[in-house]
Ligand binder design. Structure first.
Ligand code: NDP
Length: 313
């Protein structure tokens, strides 16, 4: 094939995991090439203030933080391609990674850091107020709503965990469940029902998030009684699941039923030697920038050791 190049380390994705892997790989002289993906910088580029990433005592805007990550990765020579990977072939090393359906890169190691995307309800008002009271991450944004009333949609473990997290900060938390029951584990349900300032509203759909420049309320609808009402809240959290961005790897790697890549515990190793996974593409539990960055570091170290063991570095 034309345009074929051969690299030691190819990093797919440019969130905290990808950039951290790049910093480590570049400093280990692995001359990493990064394919940044369709949303360069990842999920942090759609958040506002980040206050829980160590090293930023005054907080920082998500997009600005990812610019800092990028500069640090480039400072050590990471070659960033503002493009996306369309397919891969991990049947043998060097691995084939196809960029934009036309250029093939051969890679001795691949670090997958493609992240996950939050699922949204799909309401225009939810999109319009995203970042202005609408959030998909209570741990990231809950602090901004302390002492206030908020609503959270979803009845899984994430929503239950986030609702109890918010209940510690907020005056009142409305938990909006579309069915007549929670999907969350019994232990998490128990915590929800035993938290005095969480009001669980079953059979409840969201019709509209209200507010001009910021969230002022949410219009909800009871699917059984057909009753509609407006809850006065300043925060609207969506916790209806995430989708890992791992479709292109399905043929080659082991994944759980939701598509999270399985790694060997305590490492970033996938079932294919030389292919490593980090960040939200393989983590459905923690999903924080700092944990993603930590796992990106692991992936680069694992890749470096693999290359050394193969006599390639
Ligand atoms: P889940 O898919 O488990 O739950 C999603 C929830 O959102 C469900 O209650 C679902 O309702 C609801 N939902 C989906 N779409 C809509 C919609 N359009 N409108 C309203 N509600 C909607 O996702 P989670 O993120 O909660 O969990 C993902 C996985 O991670 C699970 O396996 C979970 O157990 C695990 N997890 C484990 C944790 C832990 O062990 N500490 C913490 C967090 C997650 P319905 O039930 O009606 O489909």
């Amino acid at each position: 094939m034309e345009n074929q190049e051969h690299v030691k380390c190819l990093i797919i994705g440019s969130g905290p995991a990808g950039y951290t892997a790049a910093i480590y790989a570049a400093r280990a002289d692995m001359k990493p090439v990064m394919v940044a993906g369709l949303q360069p910088g990842g999920q942090l580029t759609i958040t506002t203030e980040v206050e829980n990433y160590p090293g930023y005592p005054k907080g920082i805007q998500g997009p600005e933080m990812m610019e800092d990550f990028r500069k640090q990765a480039e400072r050590f020579g990471t070659d960033i391609r503002w493009s996306y990977v369309s397919s891969v072939d991990f049947s043998k090393a060097p691995f084939k990674v196809v960029v934009e359906e036309k250029t093939t890169i051969l890679a001795d190691t691949v670090v997958i850091a493609t992240g996950a995307s939050a699922k949204w309800l799909g309401l225009p008002s939810e999109q319009r107020l995203n970042g202005f009271g609408v959030s998909a991450c209570a741990v990231c944004d809950g602090y901004f709503f302390r002492g206030q009333d908020v609503a959270i949609v979803g009845g899984g473990d994430t929503a239950a965990e986030e609702a109890t997290y918010l209940a510690k900060l907020c005056r009142k938390v409305y938990m909006l469940i579309r069915k007549g029951e929670l999907r969350a584990s019994k232990a998490m349900q128990h915590r929800v029902f035993n938290t005095a300032n969480i009001e669980v509203m079953f059979n409840t759909d969201t019709k509209e998030v209200m507010g001009g420049k910021a969230v002022e309320g949410v219009k909800v609808y009871n699917t059984k009684t057909k009753e509609e009402k407006t809850l006065t809240v300043t925060g609207f959290f969506v916790a209806i699941g995430h989708q890992p961005n791992t479709d292109i790897f399905k043929t080659w790697l082991d994944m759980d039923e939701q598509g999270y890549i399985k790694t060997v515990p305590g490492s970033s190793n996938t079932k294919v030697p030389g292919v490593f996974a980090c960040g939200d593409a393989q983590d459905k539990i923690y999903r924080q920038a700092v944990t993603a960055a930590g796992s990106g570091c692991m992936a680069a170290i694992d890749a470096e050791r693999y290359l050394s063991a193969q006599g390639l570095h």
